[in-house]
Write a protein that binds this ligand. Structure first.
Ligand code: AMP
Ligand code: MG
Length: 347
C-alpha cells in the first residue's frame, strides 16, 4: 500500500512537473487573454489528485475534490454505505430502481464488458475483496475459495432494463476499474459549464488524467507515462492538444510477490487470478474518461493483439508495455509519444 501511494505521488509529481515546465514557457509567451494558472493537490477517492486550471475567473481548483468525493459517496463506491451502488449490491436478488446517472454508469460499464468479451467485468467485487490487494499484507487465496466465487462473476448476470437493475444473489458490482474515469467525465462536464475556464490538467491517482482546452501559452499538454518498474521514473511523454482522457492500468499499482511470482490487482475474470497477458502496463487515450479507464483494464487483460479491434471500436489509442520492456504504440498516437526510458524499446 505504501509502495502504491509512493507510486501515485511520484506519478502525480511528474504530471505537475511537466505541466510546470511547460508553464515556464508561458511567461515568456505573453498570453493574448489574461488567463491565470491555479494549482492544487488533494487526497480524494483514496488517492492523490493534482489539479491545474487556467481561467480568466477566480480560483476554482477547490471545487474539484468535493466533486469527486461526491461522485463516490453518492453513486459509485461499493464500500461506502449510503452510496447508490452499495444499495444496489445490498438488494441483489430484487429488482432495484436506479437514478438516471447510475443507470448511465452501469450501462457504460456493461457496454465495455460486452465489447471486451468480458475482459473488463464489473462483477469482480468479491474476488477482488478475497485477494485484498489494498490491505498491504495480501496472500494468495486458497484455490477452492477462488473457485467458489467464480460462479458469481459475469457481467451478463446483470440485467439492466431502462432504469431498473437486477443482480443475482451473491453477485456484486465493483466500478473500481472505471470510477476514476467517471470522475474525469464529471470534471469535464464541470469545466465545460464554465466558459471562463480556458484549460485544465487534472490527474487522479497517477492513473487517470484529463487534459482540457488549451494552456495560456497555446502549447500542447505534456503527460508523463510512468515507468512500470521505476516509481520515480517515467517511460516517456505524450503530447496532446485539446481535451483528452488518458488512463493507465499497471501491474505495479497494487501487488505482492510470492515465490518469484508477481500477483497484481488486475484479475482475469475467466480464472479469478491476476491477468497473465505478459504486460506491465497499458495506457489508453480516448475522448471519454470512463471509456479510457475501462479500456485500459480490458486491454491489460486481453494483451496487445486482442485489444486492437476493441480500441478501434472506441476510437481509442494505446501504449502497451510488456514484461520484456517492449513498447507497442498504436498508429494514431505514435507521433505524439516520445519514449525516453533507456532500457525500453519500441516494437
Ligand atoms: P484499473 O486500475 O483501472 O485497471 O482497475 C483495477 C481495479 O478494478 C482493481 O483494483 C479491482 O477492484 C477491479 N478489477 C480488477 N480486475 C478487473 C477486471 N478484469 N475488470 C473490471 N474490474 C477489475
Ligand atoms: Mg481502469
Amino acid at each position: 500500500m505504501r509502495r502504491g501511494l509512493r507510486t501515485w505521488i511520484s506519478a502525480t509529481l511528474l504530471v505537475c512537473l511537466l505541466a510546470g515546465l511547460a508553464g515556464c514557457g508561458a511567461e515568456a509567451a505573453e498570453p493574448a487573454e489574461e488567463a491565470a494558472r491555479y494549482d492544487a493537490v488533494d487526497f480524494v477517492m483514496g488517492t492523490v489528485v493534482s489539479i491545474t486550471i487556467y481561467t480568466t475567473g477566480e480560483d476554482v481548483t477547490g471545487d474539484i475534490p468535493p466533486l469527486l468525493s461526491g461522485l463516490e459517496d453518492q453513486w459509485i463506491s461499493w464500500r461506502k454505505e449510503g452510496s447508490e451502488l452499495a444499495r444496489i449490491n445490498a438488494n441483489a436478488g430484487t429488482p432495484t430502481a436506479l437514478s438516471d446517472q447510475m443507470a448511465a454508469y452501469i450501462e457504460k460499464a456493461l457496454a465495455v464488458a460486452k465489447d471486451s468479451g468480458g475482459a473488463f467485468d464489473p462483477t469482480l467485487r468479491d474476488l477482488s475483496a478475497l485477494w485484498d490487494f489494498e490491505s498491504g499484507n495480501a496472500v494468495v487465496p486458497p484455490e477452492a475459495e477462488i473457485a467458489a466465487l467464480l460462479p458469481y462473476v459475469g457481467y451478463e448476470k446483470i440485467s439492466l432494463d431502462g432504469s431498473t437493475v437486477l443482480l443475482p444473489e451473491g453477485t456484486g458490482i465493483d466500478l473500481g476499474a472505471i470510477g476514476k474515469g467517471f470522475g474525469c467525465d464529471a470534471i469535464q462536464a464541470y469545466l465545460e459549464a464554465r466558459p471562463e475556464i480556458t484549460g485544465a490538467l487534472i490527474n487522479i491517482g497517477g492513473s487517470s488524467t484529463i487534459t482540457y482546452g488549451t494552456k495560456d501559452d497555446g502549447q500542447p499538454w505534456k503527460i508523463a507515462v510512468q515507468d512500470p518498474r521505476d516509481p520515480t521514473g517515467y517511460l516517456g511523454a505524450l503530447t496532446l492538444t485539446g481535451t483528452w482522457h488518458v488512463s493507465t492500468s499497471g501491474d505495479y499499482d497494487r501487488y505482492f510477490e510470492k515465490d518469484g511470482v508477481r500477483y497484481h490487482h488486475i484479475l482475469d475474470p475467466q480464472t479469478g487470478y491476476p491477468a497473465g497477458s505478459g504486460l506491465m502496463s497499458v495506457t489508453v487515450i480516448s475522448d471519454g474518461g470512463g471509456v479510457s479507464d475501462a479500456l485500459s483494464t480490458a486491454c491489460f487483460v486481453l494483451g496487445p493483439e486482442a485489444s486492437m479491434a476493441l480500441l478501434e471500436q472506441y476510437g481509442a489509442e494505446a501504449i502497451f508495455v510488456d514484461v520484456n520492456k517492449n513498447v507497442t504504440v498504436t498508429d494514431g498516437i505514435r507521433a505524439q509519444f516520445e519514449l525516453t526510458a533507456a532500457d525500453y524499446r519500441m516494437v
